[in-house]
Ligand binder design. Sequence first.
Ligand code: FE
Ligand code: FE
Ligand code: FE
Length: 163
Amino acid sequence: MKTLEDLFEHQIKDLYSAETQLVKVLPKMIDKASDSKLKETFEGHLAETKMQKSRLETICREMNITPAGETCKAMKGLIKETKHFISEAATDDVMDAGLIAEAQRVEHYEISGYGTAVRFAKELGHRNIAKTLQETLDEEYDTDNKLDKLAEGRLNKKAIDQN
Ligand code: FE
Ligand code: FE
Ligand code: FE
């Protein structure tokens, strides 16, 4: 890797690997979620994740590179952790809380990845690519906010139950 362009390509492939892994694990998370709003949030984000994956394919076509060939090891680790958690017995409520925790770790990782990619794209003068990556970044932020609200809702419900 000699240039920022090389590094940018590497980052795009890493993100592609991350999204590909997420398309596979999100159905398992949907399956394990009990709260209907949490299920809905995961379902919505699975659809978005598939779209994000195809956006990266379009970007790679424009850049004349293939999207495959990298493994995002960090996402691999986060998913390993999530699967391990899912395999443990938990009450529905605790499972939901844990799923939110794991999902937010994933979103934060994606937010930092796409944040960097948008900056690199701008720096390299790829204005349209930067715009496309920004769309995905906004969706990752939006999902993180939804998960925040669901976690907050759990806290409020607990306060009401204790009264
Ligand atoms: Fe994503
Ligand atoms: Fe990565
Ligand atoms: Fe995401």
